[in-house]
Ligand binder design. Structure first.
Ligand code: SAH
Length: 205
């Protein structure tokens, strides 16, 4: 998976590649899907949600540019796979999930893998995590109609936020950078994610 899907497509950051080699992806999906866990596509994780394609997880992770001393916020814990990758790369990872049924599964596997630097919370992550802010890096793993203002407000200076923005069928990966008191934005290509549902995302339907 790392060689063919990630490294060959241009993810070269050695720390990111090492993180992907360290995290056993199959443990984050149901046993019936273990034979597909390292394939080049997203997989269902229950409650209508998906674990993202490995390459997309790698691309977003590399874009965060983690050096090893950051506090990171993830919105959309889902299976916990991206959370584990982040926990390999940063000393503190806070992750928020809104679906009640998904969080215990993620918590269970992350505990089994002995991560001690992850905080999980059941909440609407479009509000960020105010009591733990500011964050040096924020990653949103669901697609939003716009960039939620609370996430921009909780971004440190310097800080970077990666979020898929668009309609419900396709989004552009947007990178928001705060540096020396200024905010600027870069687009990084098309992606497709499940919906970010919340007060600063999509309405529940
Ligand atoms: N990072 C996950 C991807 C899961 S899919 C993984 O590696 O498995 C996106 C997740 O975002 C879903 O679990 C969905 O329930 C969650 N989500 C959607 N809107 C949210 C919100 N407002 N706050 C927190 N989580 C949200």
């Amino acid at each position: 998976m790392v060689a063919h899907q990630i490294e060959q497509r241009g993810i070269k950051n050695p720390r990111v590649l090492e993180a992907f080699r360290n995290v056993p992806r199959h443990l984050f999906v149901e046993e019936a899907l273990w034979d597909q866990a390292y394939s080049d596509f997203p997989l269902p994780i229950g409650s209508g949600q998906t674990i993202s394609q490995p390459y997309v997880v790698a691309l977003m992770t590399q874009q965060l540019g983690l050096k090893g001393d950051e506090k990171v916020l993830e919105v959309g814990t889902g299976s916990g796979y991206q959370t584990a990758i982040l926990a390999e790369l940063a000393p503190v990872v806070c992750s928020v999930e809104r679906i009640h049924a998904l969080l215990p599964k993620a918590r269970n596997i992350l505990e089994k893998l002995k991560y001690t630097n992850i905080m999980l919370k059941l909440d609407d992550g479009t509000w960020g995590w105010q009591s733990e802010a500011p964050f040096d890096a924020i990653i949103v793993t669901a697609g939003s109609p716009s960039v939620p203002q609370p996430l921009i407000d909780q971004l440190n200076d310097p800080g970077v936020l990666i979020i898929p923005v668009g309609d419900e069928y396709s989004q552009v990966l947007v990178k928001v950078i705060r540096s020396q008191g200024k905010i600027h934005q870069e687009d990084m290509g098309g992606v497709r994610f499940v919906k970010l549902v919340g007060d600063h995302g999509w309405n529940p339907s």
